[in-house]
Design a protein around this ligand. Structure first.
Ligand SMILES: Nc1ncnc2c1ncn2[C@@H]1O[C@H](COP(=O)(O)OP(=O)(O)OP(=O)(O)O)[C@@H](O)[C@H]1O
Length: 577
């Protein structure tokens, strides 16, 4: 059913396109092709901006690359005809997209905006000089034989849009799509689940630019003699604003945006107002969208879900409620105790982290026995989160040695460490709200997770069903989902940084029970950072106490909690057992 829905929508779109192609007057057929080409470029912007959260102000420059390649192949009478040239234009634009995306690996926000706008301006000047191949000699771009007149070419452009939209639909639901949404929300969170931030950003730029290239190639076929004036930086800017305003990561909103792109200037013309005022209208709507932090597509969908009174995509699930603590039996599909107990899950020697004059960690040596839950405790500022950042690769300047099982971690990136089996959660929310629970768990797991396995791991932690939108879950529930997703990844070591924050007392207790059984149920070792000593006592067989960046005591729970130095420094001299 679910796989069939987009195909049904595609068939319906083709039928509408065909009907329009035979019924619209000649004047409107031209506008209709323009709306389709704009929708394609907006679909691309929806990926790079809407999904991946990067500013790209050169979308029509990528379109110009596609148009240029089509014009060149036309002049060269390259084999394959228009359709092959169109694909080549898309590939060329995608390649240029990767080049332009390289600065995005280091730049963000306004800096990235300046770079992409600068690229658009430079390309504009170049295009004005060199012109499109064939334009000086007036060699028109040859359309496909079966789609040579304007009506037929409109239907052809609808077919291209539908094919691209189907591709985007599936890409958005693929690992790439999840990585775009994740990187938009948190680069650290993305790297921590073993996803390369570089790949996420570059694929977003490449796919987005390729779609723009195809859009430009179509435009070349539409006007047959393309000119630089169709691809100016100011138009790219207006297109970006339109994408932000309508939320074109949603396919229907890209089509809506495409229609707006031609409709607003046309309406202005009819009222005798200069068409350039269209940019002002788009600008005002864009400012409204940016300041309100939402867009038309999301608002329409939010209204739809509110009317239906549901927080889920696929029906009727309520957010997580405290569920009884689990038995220690393993959920179906997750194998029990794959790693033998014994040996060390993590061995850290002489770890030192310095922030300016402050030694946040000072010669810290910690061992986590395999198959145990080790509590890492200490007062605020003791260095617990710094320890997690250091072992998970986010503090490359940390000195000392770190081994996961028998593997040295020093010098490895966070992504690499995560792929080796070291997973961590964060104190701050790093769960991308634009995904569903199921899509997020599968993204974090980095392996095939069957529906039954997914339901089991979510049930084990008392999380909402897979179809629930993460944006509808409260912060405590999102933390639970983050833990469940990282458990589904089956790491050898799972480090949880205050996972109980934001949970109610009952949820706290239930979570403690679940965490205690993780080594026996899922065969992983756990490091738990937690301030709640009741939880620590209930869950951790081993403890390490940090104070002012140094290890105060480490070993079995009862020994550590009875250590006078721990009682004195960590608890004050009050009775704690
Ligand atoms: N990026 C940073 N730059 C400078 N100082 C930092 C940085 N990160 C942490 N610190 C300092 O390092 C020390 C250890 O901080 P850390 O966050 O690791 O403590 P913590 O034990 O996790 O505390 P909490 O329980 O409050 O989370 C603190 O003094 C903190 O101010």
């Amino acid at each position: 059913m679910r796989a069939g829905r987009p195909l049904l929508a595609a068939v319906a779109a083709l039928l509408v396109g065909y009907t329009l192609s035979i019924s619209l007057s000649g004047y409107f057929v031209f506008f209709a092709v323009s709306a389709v080409t704009a929708a394609l470029a907006l679909l691309g912007l929806g990926i790079v901006t809407g999904s991946a959260g990067m500013i790209a102000l050169c979308q029509l420059t990528f379109a110009a690359v596609g148009a240029w390649v089509v014009s060149l192949f036309n002049v060269m009478e390259a084999p394959g005809g228009f359709i092959v040239w169109l694909i080549a234009g898309g590939i060329a634009a995608g390649a240029v997209g990767i080049l332009v995306g390289l600065p995005a690996l280091r730049l963000r926000g306004v800096n990235l905006a300046v770079v992409t706008l600068g690229f658009a301006a430079a390309a504009d000047v170049t295009l004005q000089q060199i012109q499109f191949p064939g334009s000086k000699d007036g060699i028109p771009v040859e359309r496909p034989d079966a789609f040579s007149d304007d009506r037929e070419f409109f239907f052809f452009s609808v077919i291209v849009l539908v094919v691209c939209a189907l591709g985007v639909f599936w890409l958005q639901r693929s690992r790439w799509g999840a990585s775009w949404k994740s990187v938009a929300f948190s680069e650290r969170g993305t790297a921590a689940v073993g996803q390369s931030v570089r790949t996420a950003k570059l694929t977003a730029f490449a796919v987005s630019a390729a779609l723009a290239g195809i859009s430009g190639g179509l435009l070349a076929g539409q006007v047959q003699l393309p000119y630089a004036s169709s691809f100016t930086p100011i138009q790219s800017l207006a297109l970006y604003v339109l994408a932000v305003m309508s939320g074109t990561q949603l396919i229907d909103m890209a089509v809506f945006g495409g229609i707006m792109w031609v409709l607003v200037p046309e309406l202005l013309k009819r009222f005798g107002i200069p068409q350039d005022w269209g940019f002002v209208i788009f600008g005002a709507l864009g400012v409204q969208a940016l300041t309100s932090g939402t867009n038309l597509g999301e608002e329409l969908r939010a209204a739809w879900w509110t009317r239906r009174g549901k927080g889920t995509h696929d029906g009727g699930a309520s957010p997580a409620s405290p569920s009884p603590a689990p038995s220690s039996s393993a959920p179906a599909g997750i194998t029990r105790g794959e790693r033998p107990a014994g040996g060390l899950a993590l061995a850290v020697d002489h770890l030192t982290v310095q922030f300016g004059a402050l030694k946040a960690l000072d010669d810290v040596s910690v061992e986590v026995p395999a198959g145990t839950v080790m509590g890492l405790i200490g007062p605020n500022g003791a260095g617990k989160s710094t320890f997690v950042d250091a072992i998970s690769g986010f503090l490359p300047r940390a000195t000392g040695t770190m081994r996961l099982g028998g593997t040295h971690l020093n010098g490895l990136s966070p992504t690499h460490r995560a792929r080796l089996g070291l997973r961590r959660t964060f104190q701050q929310d790093r769960v991308p709200p634009s995904l569903t629970v199921g899509a997020y768990v599968r993204f974090v797991a980095r392996r095939h997770v069957s529906d039954a396995e997914l339901a089991d791991v979510l049930g084990f932690f008392g999380c909402p069903p897979a179809g629930t939108r993460l944006s509808s879950a409260d912060i405590g529930t999102r933390r639970l989902i983050e833990v469940a997703a990282n458990v589904a990844a089956k790491p050898s070591l799972l480090v949880l940084d205050e996972p109980a924050a934001g949970l109610s007392h009952e949820e706290h207790v239930a979570l403690g029970e679940r965490l205690r059984t993780l080594p026996s149920t899922y065969g992983m070792s756990v490091v738990l950072i937690e301030h709640d000593l009741d939880l620590v006592r209930a869950v951790c067989s081993q403890l390490t106490v940090l104070d002012f960046g140094r290890v105060l005591a480490s070993g079995p729970q009862d020994e550590v909690l009875a250590n006078p130095a721990v009682i004195k420094a960590y608890m004050g001299e009050t009775e704690m057992l």
